[in-house]
Design a protein around this ligand. Structure first.
Ligand SMILES: Cc1ncc(COP(=O)(O)O)c(C=O)c1O
Length: 452
């Protein structure tokens, strides 16, 4: 397929989208009067559609747009709706709480039960709540610096942990720490706050930690924001041991990898985190995140607190831990994060991955899926070792065209890369339908998906 054929196909699909969505188009024009980019948050424009799809209703694993079209949702709010949209357990808990108050700056009676549920699910004894995973990551970095008395954090190249200044970095060609490109108002000296190495590169981790100035390693157990990069055998265990050896804390960000299995990746695989962060889906889609920590870290926090001078700790936002979030968190931990739900999600995700791999193989396309429980990603083979390899493989592929074609046929994928999520509400019939639609799209795009 030539570039002009691909452009003609995209133009045709854009016309289909425009014709099918007159109400979304009208709302987009009206919103543009007051919202920059026409949307309440700028990344809502990142879908590759001529204008955003306005959603009337989201329930289970489906969205209905304002033009009455129904979509099978595999984006699931980029993990925020991992348990399905408006899960009944959360709706009931939140509805009950709404009439009793939304925010008070005081704990509700559910606090003890939510704390117990956090320990039961994730295995760590101590917890705090924030509004977003970004906030939770900011908080754990502060704690880690305070406890260790060291200035820097270590992250992996092409990681994403939210809009946390210290983590918006990439590795320069000479190994130096550089601001991630494209940032608005980036802090100038990221080398003072952060070191960055490639994922799966143990010698680089060892060398960075040996400098003795790293407070913590902040890591997803698999990179999920640069395509998907799985840890090589023994990598995370060796990372754990290196952190212990060099006195750096290991922070595991499970915001996306909670898809792996009950309790997240670390719990499922026996990896011992010093601190753990989980946001997005942890309260069924309500704004809420949590961070947990070991008894040793809690003791370190107590020491820091006792020694510090009076004043603002630099931690906290007003609405964190509000009773609505607490109710949703408790309902999610006790009624949605269940062995039965994970069994359903993992079984269907495996079917989906197998079906996608078969669709590629039947067309001799050298693409493949990588899966972390209920989360999967398809990308050109071979599987990447690190974020740099992963992004290089995805570069210039006609992914936007594929996503638009899928969307026009009722299947929604996350716009950022080829990530798909399976929820407890996703059905076998939806998976079958997706595989049929994918086959049609691959037939049309076949040559554009071949390596150059
Ligand atoms: C691994 C990880 N951590 C943290 C975040 C930040 O989440 P939020 O944008 O909800 O603060 C993200 C967002 O995509 C993420 O992927």
């Amino acid at each position: 397929m030539s570039a002009s054929q691909l452009a003609a196909l995209v133009a045709h699909e854009q016309q289909l989208f425009i014709q099918a969505h007159p109400h979304s188009q009208a709302l987009a024009q009206q919103s543009a009067q007051h919202f920059s980019h026409g949307v309440p948050m700028h990344w809502m424009r990142d879908w590759g559609t001529p204008f955003p799809l306005f959603v009337q209703r989201a329930a289970g694993a489906q969205l209905t747009c304002v033009d009455g079209l129904v979509y099978d949702d595999y984006c699931l709010g980029d993990t925020g709706a991992l348990w399905g949209h408006a899960p009944p357990a959360v709706v009931t808990a939140v509805t009950r709480q709404v009439a009793q108050g939304l925010t008070t700056m005081l704990p509700s009676p559910l606090a003890p039960a939510a704390g117990t549920a956090l320990q039961d699910v994730f295995g760590l004894p101590w917890w705090q709540m924030t509004q977003t995973a970004t906030d939770a990551n900011r908080a754990v970095l502060r704690h880690a610096r305070a406890i260790t008395g060291r200035p820097r954090v270590l992250v992996f190249n092409h990681c994403y942990h939210g809009t946390v200044d210290e983590t918006l970095v990439v590795q320069g060609a000479d190994g130096s720490t550089q601001p991630r490109p494209g940032q608005i108002g980036a802090i100038s000296d990221v080398a003072a706050t952060t070191r960055v190495v490639e994922f799966n590169d143990l010698p680089a981790v060892a060398a960075a930690l040996a400098a003795g100035d790293i407070a913590c390693v902040l890591a997803e157990p698999a990179l999920t924001n640069a395509g998907m990069v799985l840890p090589e055998a023994g990598f995370l265990q060796a990372l754990r041991e290196l952190c212990t050896q060099h006195g750096s804390l290991l922070i595991i960000d499970e915001t996306h990898t909670v898809s792996s299995g009950l309790g997240g990746y670390a719990r499922s695989t026996g990896l011992q985190a010093d601190l753990l962060v989980c946001g997005k889906a942890v309260a069924g889609g309500l704004p809420c995140a949590v961070y947990g920590y070991s008894e040793a870290v809690a003791a370190g926090m107590r020491r820091v607190d006792a020694a510090r001078e009076p004043g603002h700790s630099g931690l906290g936002t007003t609405l964190s831990g509000n009773p609505l979030a607490l109710a949703a968190l408790h309902a999610t931990l006790t009624q949605l994060m269940t062995p039965a739900h994970y069994a359903h999600m993992l079984r269907l995700a495996q079917r989906l991955a197998h079906g996608i791999d078969t669709a590629f193989a039947q067309r001799q396309l050298p693409w493949q899926t990588t899966r972390l429980g209920a989360r999967l990603e398809f990308a050109p083979a071979p599987a990447p070792r690190n974020g740099t390899q992963s992004l290089a493989a995805l570069h210039d592929q006609p992914i936007a065209a594929l996503h638009l074609m899928l969307l026009n046929r009722g299947c929604l994928l996350t716009p950022f890369h080829n990530m798909m999520l399976v929820s407890p509400a996703t059905t076998e019939a939806q998976v079958q339908h997706f595989l049929m639609v994918l086959g049609q799209c691959l037939d049309a795009l076949h040559f554009a998906l071949r390596p150059a």
